[in-house]
Design a protein around this ligand. Sequence first.
Ligand SMILES: C[S@@+](CC[C@H](N)C(=O)[O-])C[C@H]1O[C@@H](n2cnc3c(N)ncnc32)[C@H](O)[C@@H]1O
Length: 479
Amino acid sequence: LVQQPSLGQQATNALLSLKAPPPELHAPGWALKIGEIALGLMDWLTVAAKPAPLRAFEAMFGFGLTQALAAMARLEVFDGLAEAGANGATCGELIGWLRNRKPSQIRRQPVNAQLLCRLLDFAAANQFMNKDQATGKFYLNDFSVLFTQNDDNVGSLVPMLLYHADEVNYGWTRLSEGMRQVYPAFELANGENLENYYNMNPEKRGNFDLAQRSISADFAPKMLAKYGDEFKQFAQVHGRSVHICDIGGGIGSVAEGLLREFPDATATVIDLAHKETQANNYIEQVQLKDRIRFVAGDFSKPLSVECDYYLLNHIIHDWNDTMAVNILSHVRTSMPSHAKILLVEPVLETRNAYFERLKRFVDMQLLVVFQRGKARSTREFTSLLSSSNLELSRHVPLCGLFDIVEAVPVDATSKVITPETAAPVVETPAASTSSKPRKQKQREQKQQQEAEAAETHKATPAVAAEEAASSETPAPASP
Ligand SMILES: C[S@@+](CC[C@H](N)C(=O)[O-])C[C@H]1O[C@@H](n2cnc3c(N)ncnc32)[C@H](O)[C@@H]1O
């Protein structure tokens, strides 16, 4: 791709002025929906327009893209380009820069100049970065900026990339044997399940934790866009701010992100006891000790923690149906009737070819790594929830890999909290019906409409019966 230097320079300047990757665009729902449909259509056309032999070669070569990207991240090529900034850098200049650079988080190896130049040309041909053919200079582009690194690497995709390129990639090499459903492919390849593997390789665990934090950092603004108004209304109705429980919340990084977006909210993070010290250190480090509490707990056993929202972020997809119902039932038993459960999951859907492909990829990752875990469809969630005395109240797509599946107790009197249905109602000036501000009235009307729309998603006995009929294969024993 030949880039006009002036354009390339402008783009690079703009990108470098951002400390983290560009923030998500929070366009109105209808605009995102149109964008999604257009993306799906373009994706379908791109695939359909390619002759089959080309598609076959692309599929066979796909692994090389991941590994080339990982090699460049390890060699800190993208950081070199970031430092070169709008001037760009030739291959020779980049090598000089790399040789003089202090060793940093990722171990660098010595590089052979000629070989690295070939790798850079491969990267430019695949649009990982831009190349000005006239000057031979390389420039960071909107893709490679995502793989630059910073001090704590939050916001960088490098930890996520290395997780996929290393331990998960080994797992994929044993996929056919993993299909026997004795051991997950990951265990066949790495000799241990994920947890034991990380116990034996603390450096890899550190990288995995960073990868998770990067996903979490992306989640809070999306949640604000979807739940900001509802949380505000909750505070008006109940006379207090929401209390969120993050079940399987790790060291509290997701809770931290959420509480930064919702300055009045408080949170309880529940995770296994071995996370306690790390979590408390983290919560102290981010100065949220007065708002986030860590509670050691096991979601495979009854829980007793009362909250307004129970967040299960990337939890259910790690488990088979039996365990998923077990976890959901424990949450259900401890939740008050007004509370909601928010499951953050890749919901499989078929309307959009592009997202379907990404979500199916997540499903395969779960198959490779855990075997017991899977991505589920709305119908499958409906079934899991109904077996847990819950019902699906709303499906909130987040325009990406993940969605929010919202659930409420089956016997809840109302699925949506409104001033009319919530108890106890705290009279505040804003909540008094005679002088409701216009915006509040509009919000209530919108919630009413959403409640009606949610009815169409409700589990029907027929669906439940159909789902119950599809039995699940038992999970394999651990080696
Ligand atoms: C995929 S991670 C998700 C972490 C976090 N929710 C996030 O999105 O970053 C799964 C989490 O579940 C926790 N976990 C696994 N088994 C658990 C159990 N039986 N009880 C409580 N937490 C558990 C793990 O320690 C880990 O933090």
